[in-house]
Write a protein that binds this ligand. Sequence first.
Ligand code: 8YV
Length: 331
Amino acid sequence: MPASQKKKPLVIVTRKLPDAIETRLMELFETRLNEDDKPMSAAQLVDAAKHADVLVPTVTDRIDARVLSQAGPKLKLIASFGTGVDHIDLDTARQRGITVTNTPGVLTEDTADMAMALVLATARRMGAGERLLRSGKWTGWSPTSMLGARLQGKRLGIIGMGRIGQALARRARGFGLAIHYHNRRRVHADTERELEATYWESLDQMLARMDVVSVNCPHTPATFHLLSARRLKLMKPGAIVINAARGEVIDENAMVRMLRAGELAGAGLDVYEHEPQVNPKLLELESVVLLPHMGSATLEGRIEMGEKVLINIKTFADGHKPPDRVLATMI
Ligand code: 8YV
């Protein structure tokens, strides 16, 4: 059959994407959009998986074994809009012959910007300062009010020295922070030299010596609660924790307890263990800066993520291997 007469695959998109991306999806494929952007219920996800040739989910959709076991025989590609894939059961997808792709690389710089912004905002108490001003209670400058911690000359410990961890290190060097890191594998010597980064094989040992600790690794079974209650206790009482990766990497309850007790100086968080719920005790704390999972939220980034989704679907539909395949063994 000539390519022009080939039936177009049915692509079901679970959330509203940028207009330009939705237009192109509709030009290329038979596409079902989610105009009002309401997250799909579990039943709606199952229904989408039953009918779609290609599913385009985001971090807000749980594509677990229950959903995948009810998928229709046509579902052959899950082209996720985002880099993290912890919302997808990769093993079950592989067993059912479903290819999974993501959108790596295009949100590195934006997410690193946000992690750096959280380092600055938390160390210099920008959240508390802004709240004071907006409350109308600011009575003017004082030599001893709103004192934060100087970053120049301090140590930043990065957990996860992948693309985003390295991009954060480049920024942090500009602010005079010394770069330390823990990673499953030591990075290339050239990268270590460029970043003047010190590798710690032992996460425990690194944690005890850092002023700022930033989580930049993916959430996998191996990194769930990597910052456990025991490990958080190893940190210096004056240290701050930054997380623009995944909430599940930190034992959030343990961190909140320590923040409340003053055993940690602060936290800058863009992600939470049970999104979109945020621990109410966090909201009461002055020492934290809390953002609503917006690390990669730039217009440019979202369009580039969409472009990657388009390329992955088109390549797959044309019978080729899509460029951003995610294998269970890669994480
Ligand atoms: C994305 C993210 O916005 O890509 C990721 O892993 O955490 C976010 O920045 C989200 O995943 C979109 O699905």
